[in-house]
Ligand binder design. Structure first.
Ligand code: PRP
Ligand code: URA
Length: 209
């Protein structure tokens, strides 16, 4: 059985997604809005995080409370995944952050790894792999492969815009991983870009084109 695919349908997310799809949106607003969507997505994604019951002494009595049972580790795929990290850590300030650096070879569209560093607690943590764009799915699947080889068991993917091709690849290769997106678009074009998409997310975040 495949993991679930959730397209988070929320008026604020939809509004902000329209802003970042607009080719007229410049670097400053694009970067800020990607971060804001990251925060809104985090609220949805963390809904089912495991909690444990704890007794808290209030000024009046003992209250039975629920606190997060496990560490959360965010793993952005560099570069574009970095754009969502501030928004997510705004909601989960204690989250640790690992990094994996990947770029797509422009000819083959295969991911090339150039960096990886993770916190020690990652194997037992709830891990959120973050990358705004799920195109062929090669980058996300590679990142998940690396994490699973390290012994990570609990992985969720969080993105903004996905293509059906990428969703299918993640579901096929990693059926235990749930997928959260802000939008599921139509297809990939001949250059591997998502249609209608929002263009090259890394370039738009960092002004490199
Ligand atoms: C983009 C994007 C994803 C990847 C998606 O990164 O941020 O990581 O492409 O494509 P895929 O699903 O076909 O693997 P890119 O390679 O452009 O690197 P960048 O983030 O450094 O710009
Ligand atoms: N990477 C991007 O940044 N955009 C796409 O449409 C596909 C891959």
């Amino acid at each position: 059985m495949s993991g679930k695919v959730v397209v988070v349908n929320h008026p604020l997310i939809n509004h902000k997604l329209a802003l970042i799809r607009d080719e007229k949106t410049g670097t400053k607003d694009f970067r800020q809005t990607v971060s804001e969507i990251g925060m809104l997505m985090a609220y949805e994604i963390t809904r089912n995080l495991p909690t444990k019951e704890v007794d808290i002494k209030t000024p009046v009595a003992i209250a039975k409370c629920h606190m997060l049972a496990k560490e959360v580790v965010i793993v952005p795929i560099l570069r574009a995944g970095l754009g969502m990290v501030d928004g997510i850590t705004a909601l989960i300030p204690t989250a640790k952050v690992g990094h994996i650096g990947l770029y797509r070879d422009e000819e083959t569209l295969e991911p090339k790894e150039y960096y990886a560093k993770f916190p020690n607690v990652i194997t037992e943590a709830t891990v959120l792999v973050v990358d705004p764009m799920l195109a062929t799915g090669g980058s996300v699947c590679h990142a998940i492969d690396v994490l699973k080889r390290k012994g990570v068991k609990n992985i969720t993917y969080v993105g903004l815009v996905g293509a059906p091709e990428g969703v299918k690849q993640v579901q096929t290769k990693h059926p235990d991983v749930d997928i959260f997106l802000a939008a599921l678009d139509d297809k990939l074009n001949e250059k591997g870009y998502i249609v209608p998409g929002l263009g090259d997310c890394g370039d738009r975040l960092y002004g490199t084109k």
